[in-house]
Write a protein that binds this ligand. Structure first.
Ligand SMILES: Cc1ncc(COP(=O)(O)O)c(C=O)c1O
Length: 332
C-alpha cells in the first residue's frame, strides 16, 4: 500500500491502548472506530497529567504563579489550534465543549427572521441539523436541504434554487460521517457569499484527516464559521472549537452569560469582553484545552499531508478488499 505513514510501527507505539490484547492475550486490539472517537497518544495523556499535577489553577482570574502558568498553557493551546487551522487570527478561536456546542453557539446567536432561509444537506450529523431546526422554528424561517446523488455526493443541480438572496445561512459538513464524502466547500461558500449568506462548516470529520489552511483559502471561499471536536483529533473529550471570522464573531451577541465573558457588570446592564472571551462564559475545560493543544501538535508533527495520504491508502485498501466479499454493497 502506498501513502502509509513512514514509521507506522512507531506511530502505533505512541498509542498505549493499542498494546492491549483480548482473549487472554490471544487477540491484539484492532480499533476501527476512530471516526466515532479516536484513541489518545501518550503525549496527550502525559501533558494532561502534568498539567493537573504541576500547573493546576483557574485561568485569567487567579493572581498567582500557578494561575499565570495555567493561563499561559490554556492560551498556548489556543495558539496551537490557530496554527492547526491556519487561522488568520488566534482570537478567532473559541473553545467550546465539543463540535455540537460550537454549532449550537452559531445557531443560537445568528440573527434570523421570518422568511429567511437556512440551507443544510441530507448528509449532516444531527449536530448540524437539530440546532438549525430549532433556530428556524424560533424565527419562522425555512430550512432547506441539498439532496444526495446515487454515488453519495451532494446533488448541486438545484444550487440556484436553494441559495438565493433569501438564504442567510449555508451550514454543511466538510466530510460526511455517514458516507465519507468530501464536500466542495469552497465552491458552495463562493456561491453562498455571492448572495450574502454566512457559511458554517462542520469540520468534525475533516479536522482529523485533512490539512486545513483557512488563511490560505480565497477570501470568498473561506467559511465564516468552522467547528470541530477534540476527541476525534486524538485529543480529550470535553473540548471543541469554533473558529469564526473576526467580523462574523463580533457581530454575534453572546451565547452563554457568566464570568470571564464580561467587560463590566452593573445591575442595569453588562458589557462584554472582546472575542474570544465573549463566547467563553465560566471556567473553561482547562486541562482538556491543554490536552487538545498537545494532540494537535502531535498531528502536525506527523504532518496532516501524511495523515491524509495514509487515510486515503487504507480506505482504498478497505474498498478493494470489500469488493471481494460476496453480497457486500458499499454505500458512499
Ligand atoms: C460530522 C460530525 N459532526 C459533528 C459531530 C459531533 O461531535 P461531538 O459529539 O463531539 O459534538 C460528529 C460526531 O460524530 C460528526 O461526525
Amino acid at each position: 500500500m502506498k501513502g502509509l505513514l513512514p514509521d507506522l510501527d512507531l506511530v502505533r507505539k505512541d498509542f498505549p491502548i493499542l498494546e492491549r490484547t483480548f482473549d487472554g492475550g490471544e487477540t491484539p486490539l484492532v480499533y476501527l472506530d476512530s471516526a466515532n472517537t479516536s484513541q489518545k497518544p501518550q503525549i496527550v495523556i502525559d501533558t494532561m497529567v502534568d498539567h493537573l499535577e504541576r500547573h493546576n489553577a483557574n485561568i485569567a482570574r487567579a493572581m498567582h504563579h500557578l494561575g499565570a502558568e495555567a493561563t499561559e498553557a490554556f492560551e498556548g493551546a489556543r495558539d496551537t489550534v490557530a496554527r492547526f487551522l491556519g487561522a488568520p487570527e488566534r482570537d478567532e478561536v473559541i473553545f467550546t465543549k465539543n463540535a455540537s456546542e460550537a454549532l449550537n453557539l452559531v445557531a443560537n446567536t445568528v440573527p434570523l427572521a421570518a422568511g429567511d432561509v437556512v440551507v443544510t444537506t441530507e448528509m449532516e450529523h444531527h449536530s448540524n441539523i437539530v440546532p438549525w431546526q430549532l433556530a428556524t422554528q424560533r424565527a419562522g424561517a425555512t430550512l432547506k436541504w441539498f439532496g444526495l446523488t446515487d454515488s453519495g455526493e451532494l446533488d448541486l443541480s438545484n444550487i440556484d434554487e436553494l441559495i438565493t438572496p433569501a438564504t442567510k445561512i449555508v451550514a454543511l459538513t466538510w466530510v460526511s460521517n455517514m458516507l465519507g464524502t468530501v464536500n466542495p466547500i469552497a465552491e458552495i461558500a463562493r456561491k453562498a457569499h455571492e448572495v450574502g449568506a454566512l457559511v458554517v462548516v462542520d469540520a468534525a470529520q475533516a479536522a482529523p484527516v485533512l490539512p486545513i489552511d483557512l488563511a490560505g483559502m480565497a477570501e470568498e471561499e473561506r467559511p465564516d464559521f468552522l467547528a470541530f471536536t477534540g476527541h476525534k483529533v486524538v485529543g480529550p473529550t470535553g473540548i471543541g472549537v469554533l473558529w469564526g471570522r473576526r467580523a462574523a464573531l463580533e457581530a454575534l451577541p453572546p451565547f452563554l452569560g457568566g464570568g470571564e465573558m464580561i467587560a463590566t457588570v452593573t445591575m442595569e446592564k453588562s458589557t462584554y469582553a472582546p472575542i474570544p472571551h465573549k463566547f467563553e462564559a465560566g471556567t473553561p475545560p482547562i486541562a482538556e484545552a491543554v490536552g487538545l493543544g498537545a494532540a494537535l501538535e502531535y498531528l502536525m508533527h506527523l504532518g496532516m499531508e501524511n495523515v491524509h495520504a495514509h487515510e486515503q491508502a487504507i480506505t482504498a485498501y478497505a474498498l478493494e478488499r470489500l469488493a471481494t466479499v460476496p453480497g457486500v454493497t458499499v454505500l458512499g
